[in-house]
Design a protein. Structure first.
Ligand code: ADP
Length: 167
């Protein structure tokens, strides 16, 4: 591995992207030469926003950060194949609480057996984001709560339009 130019993928459903995701992505960008935020087409969870929406919204939010080394791409199919196709050596995931651990361990061992050359690295967010999830943001928002401390205004605007259309 060329240590000078390590490329990292930060994969996820981003349904929608929250400040917790951004925290992890920024941490990765401090360490790695290039960070690719990979929006997964097929997620284990049933997503609220469709794939194109999740991708476009993530792209807009990431572009608003103005960090040249971070880009957003679509991931269709196996994550490790996507990582290899991008020349990435690292997959970055976030660990919020112990509850993330079991799922992350399962996924890490599977990805390692599929592609032993790729390392999986975990970052912990600020404590204020430790209990933040896309699911909780959607729940609070639909019930009229203020989520401005947890997601970008771009996401709030999109959710307003989306939920109006849903009603
Ligand atoms: P997935 O469906 O792949 O778990 P998510 O979009 O839910 O996708 O999460 C993507 C990654 O971001 C995961 O590693 C998850 O642990 C991490 N993550 C999500 N929310 C937070 C948060 N509040 N703080 C830190 N990491 C987070």
């Amino acid at each position: 591995m060329d240590k000078c130019c390590v490329v990292a993928i930060v994969p996820g459903s981003f349904d929608p992207i929250t400040n917790g995701h951004i925290d992890i992505i920024k941490r990765a960008s401090k360490i790695f030469h290039k960070v690719i935020v990979g929006v997964a087409k097929n997620t284990a969870k049933k997503s609220f926003f469709d794939f194109e929406e999740r991708f476009e919204l993530t792209k807009q939010v990431i572009e608003s950060l103005n960090i040249a080394s971070i880009s957003v791409e679509k991931v269709d199919g196996l994550l490790v194949n996507f990582a290899k196709s991008k020349g990435a050596q690292v997959i970055v995931r976030g660990l919020r609480a112990v509850s993330d651990f079991e799922y992350e361990m399962e996924m890490a061992f599977m990805n390692r057996s599929l592609a032993p050359e790729i390392e999986i690295i975990y970052f912990m967010p600020y404590i204020k984001y430790s209990f933040l999830s896309s699911t909780i943001v959607k729940d609070v928002f639909v019930n009229g709560g203020d989520v401005s401390a947890f997601v970008s205004t771009i996401v709030i605007e999109h959710m307003k339009k989306k939920f109006k259309g849903e009603k």
